[in-house]
Each structure stands twice: as C-alpha cells, then as structure tokens.
Design a binder for this molecule. Structure first.
Ligand code: PMV
Length: 326
C-alpha cells in the first residue's frame, strides 16, 4: 500500500458530550429523564486502511493526564470498552474482527465529570465504523445508541442508556426504558455548566444508590417517582419556554439528589453560588459525587453567574444554548 493510501480516511464521525437536565439515577429505575447535548466538547473517530485485523488507537484525557491505548481485536488481551463497542458495530455490519481497518479515536471531553465522555467516544466509534461498512446509509441514532450502550454497560455496570442516546441524537431528548424521543423547545434556553474539578466514578455512585435503595425501597421508590414527575413537567416547561418553572424543577431535582446522598459540599456550593448570583435554577448533573452542575441562567445574568461559579470553586464554566425548535 502506498503511504498516501494508508492515510486515506475511509470514514469519520464525531459525537458530543452531554448533560442531564432532569432525572439522573431515577432513569436507571425506569423513570423518564431529559438530557441535552453539549456541543462545545466532542469525541471523534476515523477509520483508515489497516492490515489483517481491526486495530483501535485512542487518545483521550483521563483522571491522570492523556491516556493513549492501542488494541488489536484479533489479539487476546484485557477487556476494553472501545473493543466492546467496535465488536458490537462489526457484528451489526456483518463483519468480523479480521476487517483490515485502523480506527483512530480522540476525545476532548474530560472523563469522570458527568459529561458523558465514555458514551461520546463509543458513539463516534460506532458511527464511524457504520459509515466505513455502509457508506451509503448512515445508521439511525437509535441503532447507534444501542450498540454504544454495550460499551457503556461494560464501563458503568448498570447503565440506563441515556448518555449514548443523547450523544447519538445530538438533540435534547426525553428518555425512558431505552427509548429516546427528541424534544420541542419553545424558546432559546441558556445554561451554564460548571465543572467542580472533582473526579467521580459513575459505577460507584450507581452501585452506592442501589445498596441504599435495597435497604429503603419504599422511600427510594417515592423519590424516583417524584423525579419522574419533575422530568415530565420539564418537558412542558421546555416546550413552553417557561424559564421560571424550569428553574424550580431543577432546584427540586437537586433537593431529591441531595436526599439520595449523591451531592457533595463542593457541588452544593456551586449550586448555591449560581442561585445567589441570579440563576433561575441549578442542580448537579450526572452521577454526582463530584463532576459538574448545570444552571439555568438568563443571558443578562450569565457573566455574574459564571463569576460566582468560579468563586465557588468551578475549574471551568461552559455556556450551553439550546435553540428553540422550529
Ligand atoms: O455518565 P454520568 O456520570 O453523567 O451518569 C449517567 C447518569 C446516571 O443516571 C447516573 C447513570 C445512567 O446510566 O443513567
């Protein structure tokens, strides 16, 4: 193969980070939740010609700096999430591990911050492999999400599937029991997403809640039901562009997440800082125990709230605008 042919990109795809607006954790127990794509941060995958078998080269930020890995699917080795996603995609395409492709995967999404880094990487990888296998027909988002979920289950144990779904749909979604539905948004809606800088493990947070839920099933069941109702109300608040209502729903969700022992003093500080500076509502987003918070903030308050978030300990603050749907 000539050097040029070796570097010829056969297919490429990207997938965004995400935040959960309402309903994390309760969604694992079958209640509805709402997730939003975070388009400033992406994972990307490229398929290039290879030799003999599928090789995955990945580079993405881990808890302790840049993580670089190389996996040859034809070789025995420790199980690896990207290999799980790649095998799922190859199986769906009717191909084997002997497909001679080199898959380059990169991500700018910090891991362990509740921003859906592992899901975005899996979604970009699955979509790129799908395009390489079937260039004329991109796989639909539900299929991509279900294939990527195999890797999520490997990473997080019990995963609801909301992260790969929103990353695959790249739109605000209502998610319940494995099904995603794109949402109507009545007015441009502005958020700030603040990273606490604290690393957390989704699998541990989900397992911890599972243990507490087993001890007090009735209390937890009632909390999950309440969260589910908040998510359904938030669908209407988003559709109507009712920021006041949406902010209240976010605040109520944070209270329930605190009751479930998923918040931390650092996250509570960020939430209080955002509200004190004029956010309409704020809550932790993702699995908790660290990670990020999301605040609903009118555009004229954004600078003040961002400043308050930094003063309360945020290591980064991102703006997220969810545009009104047509
Ligand atoms: O990926 P994270 O850390 O944002 O958490 C995902 C949301 C959970 O509800 C905690 C888990 C899940 O699979 O839905």
């Amino acid at each position: 193969m000539s050097p040029d042919a070796k570097d010829q990109v056969l297919a490429q795809a990207s997938a965004p980070a995400k935040v959960i607006l309402i309903g994390e954790h309760a969604v694992v127990y079958g209640r509805p939740a709402i997730a939003l794509p975070l388009p400033q941060l992406h994972a990307r995958a490229e398929v290039l010609p290879g030799a003999g078998s599928l090789v995955i080269e990945s580079r993405y930020p881990g808890a302790d700096g840049l993580r670089e890995t190389r996996v040859d699917l034809a070789e025995e080795g420790p199980p690896q999430a990207l290999a799980v996603a790649a095998r799922a995609a190859l199986r769906h395409a009717g191909r084997t591990e002997r497909t001679p492709w080199r898959l380059r995967v990169e991500s700018e999404i910090p891991t362990g911050r509740g921003l859906g880094s592992s899901a975005a990487v899996a979604v970009a990888l699955v979509r790129a492999l799908g395009l390489a296998a079937e260039p004329d027909e991109a796989w639909d988002p539900q299929t991509v999400a279900e294939l990527a979920l195999e890797a999520e289950r490997f990473v997080h144990g019990q995963a609801s599937g909301i992260d790969p779904a929103v990353s695959a749909y790249q739109r605000p979604i209502h998610f319940q029991e494995g099904r995603a539905r794109p949402l109507a948004v009545g007015a441009d809606t502005h958020f700030l997403v603040a990273d606490s800088g604290q690393h957390k493990g989704t699998a541990e947070m989900v397992a911890g809640l599972r243990a507490r839920q087993a001890e007090r099933p009735l209390t937890h069941g009632a909390w999950f039901d309440k969260v589910g109702r908040l998510a359904e109300d938030a669908v209407r608040a988003l559709a109507e562009g009712s920021f006041r209502w949406l902010g209240q729903l976010m605040d109520s969700n944070h209270l329930l997440l605190q009751a479930m022992e998923l918040s931390t003093p650092a996250l509570d500080n960020l939430v209080a800082g955002a509200r004190g500076a004029g956010a309409r509502g704020a809550k932790l987003t993702g699995s908790g125990g660290g990670g990020a918070v999301i605040a609903l903030v009118d555009t004229d308050r954004q600078a003040d709230v961002a400043q308050a978030l930094r003063e309360a300990g945020a290591v980064s603050v991102l703006q997220l605008c969810i545009p009104a749907t047509g």
